[in-house]
Design a protein around this ligand. Sequence first.
Ligand SMILES: Cc1cc2nc3c(=O)[nH]c(=O)nc-3n(C[C@H](O)[C@H](O)[C@H](O)COP(=O)(O)O)c2cc1C
Length: 302
Amino acid sequence: MNTQVNLAGIKMKNPVTVASGTFGYGREYNEFFDLSKLGGIITKGTSLKPRSGNKAPRICETASGMLNSIGLQNPGVEYFAEYDLPWLRKFDTAIIVNACGSSIDEYVELCKILNTLDIDGVELNLSCPNVKAGCMAFGNTYEGVKQVTSEVRKVLDKPLIVKLTPNVTDIASIAKAVEDAGADGVSLINTLLGMKIDIDKKKPILANNTGGLSGPAIKPVAVRMVYQVAQAVNIPILGMGGIINGDDAVEFMLAGATAVSIGAGNFVDPYTSVKTVLGIEDYMKKYNIDDVNDIIGKVQMN
Ligand SMILES: Cc1cc2nc3c(=O)[nH]c(=O)nc-3n(C[C@H](O)[C@H](O)[C@H](O)COP(=O)(O)O)c2cc1C
């Protein structure tokens, strides 16, 4: 049975990765299982300089999901290169760095550094709803996405995957902008902008007022968007949004994803990602599928 996939030039032993911001740099989860079991690890959003993130409270639970407004807290790329990357490299899994910035110059400077590191690829985060400058400012217009992607492309030789926000009218056209600007792949979806109000205090629960919704609540939206993007572009898709088991992962692959990421599901059960690897294999056995690539994009529309 072949479970290997090639995501935008990144060879992975299976299609399962962990979503940025839900797995740190892997150290905590390594106490539960061997990280080499994963197809890939997508790091916490990493910026040129350290960031302290937003004020607490920064997360809260919602029906079948959660809201977060972390605000891209991270120790910066230099610390990552010195401390986390050598440790992560001990594992037999693809290492993809989620890169974030507040201006095009910052994205470019960061990617110049990432280009020199021993990593397998970059996931460019143009989609975080929780920071005022950057990300969403570029991520929700065709021109903004195209400009930042093409500037980064000039300095990055490694596989470049651009992560899209679902908080747009037409995700397919934004994905097309990414493809036209020279990206090798596209990942989706980031969180949906939401809000929860404490009715006794009459105030939003998150200090930031709004946050990004993730978890099973967003899965149907994500599957629909992956399908639409798969119809619009020829570059591979990394799909995510509410995946908590192998059946969910298969759904994304049928819709057109080459690989998947597990996000909020890691918080419910730290073994969710490895169980998803096994769940995909169970599906392949059930339907006598020899090669996982045969599932990709095979949904038959009514
Ligand atoms: C606590 C938290 C932090 C996140 N941080 C990032 C981040 O740093 N960069 C990024 O691109 N996405 C970030 N995300 C979005 C996830 O990577 C993922 O796209 C989203 O949560 C949808 O997947 P899920 O429903 O499986 O969680 C974060 C999500 C959560 C819940």
